[in-house]
Design a binder for this molecule. Structure first.
Ligand SMILES: Nc1ncnc2c1ncn2[C@@H]1O[C@H](COP(=O)(O)OP(=O)(O)OP(=O)(O)O)[C@@H](O)[C@H]1O
Ligand SMILES: [Mg+2]
Length: 247
């Protein structure tokens, strides 16, 4: 269970103060597949960074299984990030001069997993995200954007995190590959009760999630339309109009 309580992130830019996360509150039960949509600059990546303890809020708190991140010393926050969170960055943040396989093995190395097991598991993960075997030993800077995206997803899954935070995980993928990634995330949720929160512009992805949120200028609302509505433009607008204020 993740509880987000009155979360605020403020930035100072010259004379101006901006609040890309402006009093956001919501709860996600373990095993929920949720999505956040919103315009560019609405605060989506900023919010994910706070949930993944990559950034600290100006005020408010994130409570994970009863433990407050605000009260956690830095060492414990690092442990939380490494053990409990799988983060798929919008810009991937892979290590460019390491191979795909080495990038996926790295979080397992930090977690103290034996080399033989690391290698085996990394290969399996790269197969699960459908990266061709002849790309496994290629350096990241020689892979396409979509290939890098799949490596980033495999890396996020490496330590079987309780919570996956994925920023536009299908943004660089064709429809079929994107559909496969959504299926993969869904199967993790089914088999391991993983909580998954994706930021996406992809309507077909958002429509498949249990809960759908929208961020507008730092304010979060939840769409209340039933799951799996076949998203016509009109239905989408109605869903937004019916959105209940959560934050
Ligand atoms: N470290 C920072 N310092 C100052 N301003 C920041 C910082 N990080 C983000 N911002 C600002 O906060 C706002 C929200 O940024 P954010 O990256 O969260 O948007 P986003 O919803 O993820 O957008 P996109 O869809 O383009 O990825 C933007 O106006 C951005 O310029
Ligand atoms: Mg972003």
């Amino acid at each position: 269970m993740i509880e987000v309580k009155n979360l605020v992130r403020m930035f100072q830019s010259g004379e101006r103060t901006i609040k890309p996360v402006n009093n956001v509150s919501f709860e996600l039960a373990q095993g929920t597949f949720a999505s956040i949509v919103g315009k560019s600059g609405s605060g989506k990546s900023t919010l994910l960074s706070l949930l993944g303890a990559l950034d600290k809020p100006t005020s408010g708190d994130v409570v994970v299984d009863g433990v407050s991140l605000a009260g956690m010393p830095d060492g414990k926050l690092t442990e939380y990030r490494r053990r409990d969170i799988g983060f798929v960055f919008q810009q991937f943040n892979l290590i460019p001069n390491l191979t795909a396989l080495d990038n996926v093995m790295l979080p397992m190395e930090f977690a103290g997993v034996r080399r033989s097991i690391r290698t085996q598991r990394a290969k399996e993960l790269l197969e699960q995200v459908q990266l061709d075997v002849d790309r496994h030993d290629r350096r990241i800077n020689r892979l396409s954007g979509g290939e890098q995206q799949r490596v980033a997803i495999a890396r996020a899954l490496a330590n079987e995190p309780k919570l996956i935070l994925a920023d536009e995980p299908t943004g660089n993928l064709d429809e079929q590959t994107g559909g496969h990634i959504i299926e993969l995330l869904n199967s993790l949720r089914r088999e391991h009760n993983t909580t998954i929160l994706v930021v996406t512009h992809d309507r077909s992805l958002a429509n498949k999630t249990d809960r759908r949120f929208r961020l507008q200028q730092g304010r979060l609302t939840e769409e209340t339309a039933p799951k799996q509505t076949q998203g016509t433009a009109a239905a989408g607008t109605a869903a937004v109009a019916a959105a209940a204020t959560v934050g």
